[in-house]
Design a protein around this ligand. Structure first.
Ligand code: ATP
Length: 194
């Protein structure tokens, strides 16, 4: 049985790469099926084999993407390399109307943009117990090259600095013991709106 949280606002989850964001909301999705969904981003990059339009991304042309920016259709958007990525207001609205609480997995610059977009959201920052632990997790995941690990650790320092800005996040969860962190995550998600 789906148990919807009383507060239906979208939830923005941010924190350094490798800190465990995906692990935490993965548990939430598993333990509360049909209740939450991850926002599907728009991208101008080509689909990779096995990826599906509307599931992994909304694949659009650069022209369509720019058109949507001009219409103020994104809550946040960014360029990585030659490709553009963004979260559209329409996607969030559609998913919310289907009865789901939308989670957005967003990096720091995106968080700043969402804050300025005027949408009403809740903000969770997931922090590592230490940079050393973060490095261990990134290495343990086995998905990164040495260069990518170094880049992510440098970026992590900036994210951790930003997370100290008062009033940006509603809760900061230090992801040390996974079950304990999950409990805090779930409790926050199910907290009634103040
Ligand atoms: N509390 C924890 N204790 C130990 N290991 C953890 C904990 N949380 C997550 N991990 C492990 O850390 C690694 C990184 O986790 P995960 O992929 O969820 O991070 P992420 O924040 O979603 O990263 P990205 O932003 O790069 O997608 C994974 O191997 C995961 O199993």
């Amino acid at each position: 049985m789906a148990t919807p949280p009383p507060d239906r606002r979208p939830i923005v989850v941010s924190g350094p790469s490798g800190v465990g964001k995906g692990t935490l909301y993965g548990l939430l999705f598993e333990r509360h099926p049909d209740t939450f969904c991850l926002s599907v981003s728009h991208t101008t990059r080509d689909p990779r084999p096995g990826e599906e339009h509307g599931v992994h991304y909304h694949y659009v042309t650069t022209e369509d993407f720019e058109d949507l920016i001009a219409k103020d259709g994104f809550v946040e958007h960014a360029k990585y390399g030659r490709n553009r990525y963004g979260t559209s207001k329409m996607t969030i609205e559609e998913q919310t109307q289907k009865g789901k609480v939308v989670l957005l997995d967003i990096e720091m610059e995106g968080v700043k943009q969402i804050k300025n977009s005027g949408i009403s959201a809740r903000y969770i920052f997931v922090s590592p117990p230490s940079i050393e632990t973060l490095e261990k997790r990134l290495r343990g995941r086995g998905t990164e090259t040495e260069q990518s690990i170094q880049e992510r650790l440098a970026q992590a320092q900036k994210e951790l600095e930003f997370s100290k800005t008062p009033g940006v996040h509603d809760i900061i969860i230090v992801n040390d013991d996974l079950e304990e962190s999950y409990k805090k995550f779930e409790e926050f998600v199910y907290k009634p709106q103040e």
